[in-house]
Write a new protein. Sequence first.
Length: 186
Amino acid sequence: MPCTVIEALPNVVTQVKLEDGDGYNALQLAALEKREKSTTKPLKGHFDAAGTTPKKEVVEFRDFFIEKKLGDEIAVDEVFTEGDTVNAVGTSKGKGFQGVVKRHGFRGVGDRTHGQHNRERAPGSIGAASYPAKVMKGMKMAGRMGGTRVKIRNLKVVKIFADKGLILIKGAVPGHKGSTVIIEKP
């Protein structure tokens, strides 16, 4: 079975938001150690209030509540069980500058015959003549591809190794090896 192995480090509760004070229920979790030198003073104060060291990733989960206080750690087996359906959010692999065939699935202008010299992967016409006399916004053209926030929905949790902090998810998650991924319950 093709699985993605994700190292789920213990997350620290850095803020608890409640309906009566904030207008909604949420938990703010943080993970991945960060040098104190490269942390801004407002964030440092935020982490000091929670009684933890500075972290790289801080994510808020709305309508998710576990009876925890500031500074408590949440392990992977406290939230997920084998067979759960989850969503994976991350930054997709960057593909660099790509043409319209790869980026948007164009087929090119036409066949190789009938006078076509080098137009097989060209975009074709991109606008009208003297009116509107510009390229309209949102036109599908060549450009940078990838490197965007992507959410893959309805992935299955196959196995959890709580002692090692690993979670096996069936299928692929966005991002390159070693990138940060947010795993959330739908």
